[in-house]
Design a protein around this ligand. Structure first.
Ligand code: BGC
Ligand code: ZN
Length: 363
């Protein structure tokens, strides 16, 4: 079967032929991959700036935003059966006994850094026809979500950020009233963040560089959020006209904006950073003012990566809610469905919102 792989030492991205995997362990599950979403991480790996092949291999099979169908299950698998649809969790625990988060089933908080991530770090991904995975890392999704469930993995970035933000809010000695939320960025994660804000009852805003008459802006308004373009409004002017926010979810990865985002917070507010800026990025900040504000206004800024099973379950619930509230807006997030052999081209020439690779359809 074919797969898309990156060869970091040869600086090459190519289609490769790989053998079809078989069940080995008793909790293994054989999956037929249906769809794989592509994101900025895949583009970084394809430009050889990030990621690593499995130990002993010269290439890494890409793809971490999966949707697959269960074909066969090992003898001890209890939670899944052939025909089920699943999304695979990306990160796998490190081997160290002292890593409490990994031992507790939360490798998204791994403290040793020796975790693996399928399709990203030290383990092959899903851009191929069949894969084998352990039941422990598979999350079942309802068939009713089949045509949008490839969005579950990117959505977990936001459901985890939301879960963490809620934990931080729970420190407050009072019940918050109606809340206002701001998503920074109108890529897939920013748009999903805004959808979560709307579905969770926030008054939701999106701030991004697309024009106010762009498709992205139109899409934002279609599910009930407000849109402001950085082409015509600075962050300060957004704060002046729209006011400040209880929660800001950043999904841009542009360092100056990430640092400036605290000025959008209300007192006691929370800023979640999910974008990953290039390591060499620099930005000028008025450190005194930012730090003074953090302290004098009880603000919290935190970073978040990857997600645990509860975040996958929350993502599935939210996606069901989105499909009841604004199904057409959700479908519009997937702007292009392509074949496996189009992947190299799609990774080097980004277009639209979310690009998805179609591996197989329902039998
Ligand atoms: C993936 C995460 C992963 C992160 C860092 C993201 O694109 O969605 O699962 O942890 O990249 O590698
Ligand atoms: Zn991703």
């Amino acid at each position: 079967m074919q797969a898309v792989a990156v060869f970091p030492s040869k600086k090459k991205l190519d289609l490769v032929d790989v053998p079809q995997p078989k069940l080995q362990g008793s909790t293994d599950v054989l999956l037929r991959v249906r769809e794989v979403g592509l994101c900025g991480t895949d583009r970084e790996i394809s430009s050889f700036e990030y990621g690593s092949p499995p130990p002993g291999s010269d290439h890494l099979i890409l793809g971490h935003e999966s949707l697959a169908e269960v074909i066969e299950v090992g003898r001890e698998v209890r939670s899944l059966k052939p025909g089920d649809l699943v999304v695979a969790m990306v990160r796998r625990p490190c081997p160290h006994a002292e890593c409490r988060p990994c031992r507790a089933g939360r490798p998204d908080f791994c403290v040793t850094g020796d975790f693996t991530e399928r399709g990203i770090k030290g383990a092959d991904g899903f851009l191929t026809d069949y894969v084998v995975d352990d039941e422990a890392y598979l999350v079942r999704v309802p068939h009713a979500l089949a045509d949008v469930a490839v969005l579950v993995e990117p959505l977990t970035v936001i459901t985890k950020a939301g879960d963490q933000a809620r934990a931080i809010f729970s420190r407050l000695p009072y019940e918050p009233g109606p809340q206002r939320g701001l998503a920074l960025g109108a890529g897939p994660i920013g748009l999903l963040a805004a959808m979560v804000l709307v579905a969770d009852g926030f008054e939701a805003y999106v701030y991004s560089r697309d024009a106010e008459d762009s498709e992205q802006a139109e899409l934002v308004r279609s599910f009930g959020a407000h849109y402001t373009s950085s082409m015509t409004h600075s962050l300060e002017s957004l704060a002046q006209t729209a006011g400040q926010f209880d929660v800001v979810l950043e999904a841009v990865g542009f360092a100056p904006l990430m640092l400036a985002a605290t000025q959008m917070l209300k007192r006691n507010g929370v800023l979640a950073l999910t974008g990953v800026p290039p390591e060499a990025a620099t930005a000028e900040v008025n450190a005194g003012r930012s730090l003074r504000n953090l302290v004098l206004r009880n603000e919290v800024v935190f970073g978040t990566v990857n997600a645990g099973r509860r975040d996958y379950l929350s993502a599935i619930q939210h996606l069901e809610q989105f499909m009841a509230l604004f199904p057409e807006s959700v479908r519009k997030l997937i702007t292009h469905r392509a074949r496996l052999d189009e992947v190299p081209q799609m990774l080097t020439h980004k277009q639209g919102i979310k690009n998805v690779v179609e591996m197989s359809r329902a039998a």
